[in-house]
Design a binder for this molecule. Structure first.
Ligand code: FAD
Ligand code: DHB
Length: 387
């Protein structure tokens, strides 16, 4: 088979890239290692930047999001048993949208199916060949070997994919910080604790109260990454969460059985460059941010936006976009990496904090509460920097 762009990975990056390129008349195929049910069952991000929302709308993907998503014009930050609100809309003129990654992915699959887009699921042994010459990709499906020849390969295969590993070690530079804790996340069919998100710094560790809709809540607490999940019974989770949220919220919060529970590690990671010959890296394949501040999915959408513009221009005879893709994407990636690192550091307890470190974080949260300038800087990053 021959296509113009072979896309590895059918997560949000790969699906969105395929959808946008298809609408511009560019031919793609997606190779996804897992089953569709598995990809659609993953519970991940929940907050979309305004630019992400506009990108989805611009490509005909906004209808269900606009009907079922929840625009939020601010968020609460809490510490030492009290909270304050950062008003994004007043400070930046922008809002964010609470609409789960699971729903975005479902909408993307529906759109690709409606356009008869080619998605090969359960593709095994995906391998990239000759990215510097005549690029092609091989894989196995149902025991048979397949080969796809293409002009370009888009590595949208997440942190553990094959694309980044294809780039020679003397070309690829990586920077990484692994944080000394994880996030224990719970999804439950309960009324959200508040009408907006609450990010809480507490002496027992960070907590986040989030949501998916009026009847579905998403909560996270900072926890040791190697804690066995069995230790975190629902009762243990709710007790710990209540201790970390401001008491007025904790006292009125609805609790119930968890319908999903998992622990995720936190890391900052950037791989440079994001293009090697005819191979591009997109989304989590190139960079990971800790989830505080909800930047992971939004960065992936920004990469897709840049790459789709570049490829569309390439087929119209202009290569400046493909040549500039890596620098353009990385300029945004580093800023989001900084913001996610800053907000993670501010809101979590680290083993090395000591009294001085703790007092500095408390003082910075006090400063954030009292300073319009500090809130504006946070809000500008949270709602998403301009493309
Ligand atoms: P992915 O969603 O990882 O998709 C990559 C796809 O490639 C997957 O479907 C995978 O199966 C496929 N693949 C991998 N290897 C191969 C291969 N060899 N061959 C073929 N296909 C392959 N972000 C937030 O903003 N907030 C959150 O709360 C949040 N929580 C998260 C929780 C977890 C457990 C994880 C892993 C991520 C979380 N993120 C969160 C980050 C966010 O979900 C990602 O940034 C986003 O999914 C990136 O999309 P992507 O398409 O680039 O990568
Ligand atoms: C969610 C996740 C985040 O990382 C975040 O900063 C806000 C919300 C969520 O899953 O709802």
């Amino acid at each position: 088979m021959r296509v113009q762009v072979c896309i590895i990975g059918g997560g949000p990056s790969g699906l969105l890239l395929s959808h946008i390129l298809h609408r511009a008349g560019i031919d793609t195929v997606i190779l996804e290692r897992r089953s569709r049910a598995h990809v659609l069952g993953r519970i991940r991000a929940g907050v979309l930047e305004q630019g992400t929302v506009e990108t989805l709308r611009a490509h005909g993907l906004g209808d269900r999001m606009d009907a079922e998503g929840f625009p939020h014009s601010g968020t609460y930050v809490a510490a030492r048993n009290r909270g304050f609100r950062v008003d994004f809309e007043r400070l930046t003129g922008k809002r964010v949208m609470v609409y789960g990654q699971t729903e975005v992915t479902a909408d993307l699959y529906a759109a690709r199916d409606a356009d008869s887009g080619r998605i090969v699921d359960e593709a095994e042994g995906v391998t990239i060949h000759d990215a510097g010459g005549r690029p092609h990709v091989t894989y196995r499906k149902d025991g048979a070997e397949h080969r796809i020849d293409c002009d370009w390969i888009a590595g949208c295969d997440g942190f553990h994919g094959v694309s980044r590993a294809t780039i020679p070690a003397d070309v690829l530079r990586t920077v990484e910080r692994v944080y000394p804790f994880g996030w224990l996340g719970v999804l439950s069919r309960t009324k959200p604790a508040a009408h907006e998100l609450i990010y809480a710094n507490n002496s027992r560790g960070f907590a986040l109260a989030s949501m998916r809709n009026e009847g579905l809540s998403r909560y996270y607490i900072q926890a040791p990454v190697d804690d066995p999940l069995e230790k975190w019974t629902d009762a243990a989770f709710w007790d710990e969460l209540r201790r970390r949220l401001p008491s007025d919220v904790a006292e009125t919060m609805e609790t119930g059985p968890s319908i999903e529970k998992s622990i995720a590690p936190l890391r900052s990671f950037v791989a440079e460059p994001m293009r090697w010959n005819r191979l591009f890296l997109v989304g989590d394949a190139a960079h990971i941010v800790p989830p505080t501040g909800a930047k992971g999915l939004n960065l992936a959408v920004a990469d897709v936006r840049y790459l789709s513009e570049a490829l569309i221009a390439h087929y119209a005879g202009d290569d400046s976009g493909v040549d500039g893709y890596s620098d353009r994407a990385l300029a945004r990636v580093w800023k989001a990496t900084r913001f996610s690192w800053w907000f993670t550091t501010l809101m979590h307890r680290f083993p090395e904090d000591g009294t001085f470190g703790t007092r500095m974080k408390e003082a910075e949260i006090d400063y954030l509460e009292g300073s319009e300038a500090a809130q504006a800087a946070m809000a500008e990053n949270y709602v998403g920097l301009p493309y």
